[in-house]
Write a protein that binds this ligand. Sequence first.
Ligand SMILES: N[C@@H](CCC(=O)N[C@@H](CS)C(=O)NCC(=O)O)C(=O)O
Length: 279
Amino acid sequence: MTFKTTKTHAVHGGTLRYLTHDSTATGTPMTLSVYMPPGEGPFPVLIWLSGLTCTEDNFTTKAGAYSAAAEHGVIIVAPDTSPRGEGVADDPAYDLGQGAGFYVDATQEPWVPHFRMETYVTGELIALIDAEFPTTGTRSISGHSMGGHGALTLALRHPDLFRSVSAFAPIASPTRCAWGEKAFTAYLGDNRSLWAGHDAALLIESGAARGRFDEILIDQGDADSFLTDQLKPELLQAAADAVGQGLTIRMQPGYDHSYFFMASFMADHVAFHAARLKD
Ligand SMILES: N[C@@H](CCC(=O)N[C@@H](CS)C(=O)NCC(=O)O)C(=O)O
């Protein structure tokens, strides 16, 4: 087995494992959690991408996703948000470097050697999970904030890999907010034309993956302190309206940016993906 199991827990009749492995994409050890629902399988897979400052542990301990995953018979895979370690570039700020990989392959120093999260998720992790767990070979993707940006852009850039995509409070258009502008400048350089290919709203507008996803589901709290300056779901709505992309943005009154918000609606997202992973 490529993966080394560091912890195992019984959860809702299934098994949660914390795993580590040496990644060829990042050139570092990577950590993740994998929830296996009860039964023999094969099961479809939901990939979860977390937000700024997170490891695989935030979703695993706080999202409350495993009851629904057990009910629907879905494997959930939650990787870390970046490569990490002493020999890996970092930045003192919480929104760049380790814990803030932004799900792109960096083209700029000092990030180039290890910050290759797009290749890690789409090119390595998915293949390893299919090789080492009883999967149906079908999968969907979801995530939160920076991970919502990751879920949307990876699905739009690699529509053959995913049946469906959803997000909680995603960074809708990183080329038009401070988090995204800072990360893309660092990882991708100053040429903004390269940024567009990693911007969910611009990708939808460009017709990427047109007709590939019947509906994209977004939950967003209206008391989220990042809503106006960083997340901007209205840009996703405008892009979807312009090209006729099915998009449901549910503005949830009183909810903030936390895992309490996500736990409140997580079962809906698992059911949304399970329905699209059935056949
Ligand atoms: N104010 C936060 C910003 C980072 C943040 O809110 N991270 C979100 C994702 S964008 C998160 O999920 N944090 C971890 C958690 O709530 O468990 C900080 O400085 O740590």
